[in-house]
Ligand binder design. Sequence first.
Ligand code: SF4
Ligand code: SF4
Ligand code: SF4
Length: 329
Amino acid sequence: MRKILTPARLRLAVQGAFTLFLAWTAFRFLAHVRWAMGQTEIWTAKPPAVEGFLPISALIAARRFFSTGSFDPVHPAGLTIFLALIAMSFLWRKGFCGQLCPVGLVSNLLERLGRRLGLTRQTSQRARRLMGVPKYLLLAGFGWVALSMSPAEAEAFLRAPFNMVADTRMLLFFEHPSVVTLAVLGVLAALSVVIPAFWCRVLCPYGALLGLASWLSPSAITRDADSCISCGRCARACPVGLPVDQTMRVTSPDCQGCAECVGACPVPGCLGLRVAGWRIPWWSIAAGCLGVLVLASLTADWLGYWQSPLPARMVRRMHMLLLGQPPDF
Ligand code: SF4
Ligand code: SF4
Ligand code: SF4
């Protein structure tokens, strides 16, 4: 009998639902920005989740948090989401990438398109490893900048006017993309049709950081060598080209926790998810990732680390001075 709940379907459903949530968040943020820039008098609160799109600010806030114990005074939800994703990666591998990230959804759809059109190209293991180097170099660069800052410099960065409106700048960047931006996005999309998850595998420093956090994870996809028939379907289904059919336990920092390999395996029980040696259902990755995110946001809200503490009047003045028409003093 054909299974209704498969890893590929659940992944697509969760990615789609999360992307819809983020689209709703972006819509509310747009209304907030219109108010902040003086284009309307109808106030809309800033949805805290948009701060999750400020990874560099969150990295510097994390550096300051671990050296001084002080939480981010400007984008607290950004730091909360950053820490939640690190914890999520440790618990559920890069489940954020495989199950939630909207860029992961686009990668997933482009990969499906490539497979349907017969354009997908497999890479050798040596090429796969070399392709992954640029994202670690980018991560090293950002990490070096964050770690070389003193706590006072980090504080100055976080409280700088530029950082206070960084989320708005990001929104305006994507609302009015330049020709160069569109061309770069087009090239990345075309490459992702041929080489699955091209951006994630080659260039995303956030994914590289989550991969390093997942390296020590007690959870992993495992293979039962006794029942394996060496058909290779798992490796062909893997979006990041891991040799699942040749390993007993997938510990690579590239594993996105998508469970596509489990869905592709024709032998029941041969491939599965284990946490500290215990076999648990493959859908636990999606459920666990959502659980971590919900728990982190509820806890942060309770502790006062979710909503931005900046007064609305100050936010509006800052936007008008930096991005809109200066107020008539
Ligand atoms: S690698 Fe980066 S862009 Fe890709 S799914 Fe992960 S966080 Fe998102
Ligand atoms: S090894 Fe399995 S879970 Fe990991 S990325 Fe490949 S297909 Fe997804
Ligand atoms: S798909 Fe299953 S049976 Fe085939 S090689 Fe992979 S683990 Fe073995």
